[in-house]
Write a protein that binds this ligand. Structure first.
Ligand SMILES: [Zn+2]
Length: 192
């Protein structure tokens, strides 16, 4: 039986987070890359869009975590924990978190994506349009940049692949232009 079939069977073809039956998809919880029943949950498209931040969080949609957090499946518990953390300022999610129990391994995995950290303390890199940049993304320069300490000018329109984030400073990323690793200011790039 495939992972998807196993998920469908164990959930009786419902979203494991909100019990909807619409647009169900298999979701491998990050940071894992391997499909595996232990890492996967079956989610509906409404849940998935909010998990992946394609749409804003709708706290009322997540009231059902009140039930799904008690799932016997660890991957479901981890996703419930992460979404409750994102919503904890609403009050009721914090109450549920206080009741929730994850064992040490599950908790370590649950924390891996940083949902429990305060937004204010989290360094988030954004491009000129406010789009979040992640390590490994490609960007395009939106203006000519003089490279510090050299005569080189990185031209507007230059594509920079596989960027690295400066973990101390949200204004800076690094990337290679003409074979040279340079520091680039995030407000001068656009994610491509
Ligand atoms: Zn759902």
């Amino acid at each position: 039986m495939s992972v998807l079939q196993t998920l469908q069977e164990r959930s009786n073809n419902t979203c494991e987070l909100c019990a909807s039956t619409n647009g169900l998809k298999q979701y491998t919880i990050p940071p894992s890359l391997n499909e595996n029943v232990a890492n996967d949950v079956l989610v509906c498209n409404t849940c998935l869009d909010q998990i992946e931040s394609k749409t804003d969080m709708d706290p009322n949609h997540w009231r059902s975590l009140n039930d799904s957090m008690w799932s016997e499946h660890v991957a479901v518990q981890i996703m419930a924990w992460r979404m409750l953390q994102r919503l904890r300022n609403e009050g009721w999610p914090q109450d549920l978190l206080d009741m929730m129990y994850l064992d040490d391994d599950a908790l370590a995995l649950a924390r891996a994506t940083g949902e429990h950290e305060d937004e204010a303390n989290k360094i988030i890199h954004r491009d000129a349009n406010g789009v979040i940049l992640e390590s490994g993304d490609s960007v395009v320069l939106i203006k000519d940049l003089k490279v510090k300490g050299s005569s080189m000018v990185a031209k507007q329109g230059t594509a920079v692949r596989n960027i690295r984030l400066d973990h101390e400073n949200a204004e800076y990323i690094e990337g290679k232009v003409d074979g040279q690793q340079i520091v680039i200011i995030t407000q001068y790039v656009k994610k491509s």
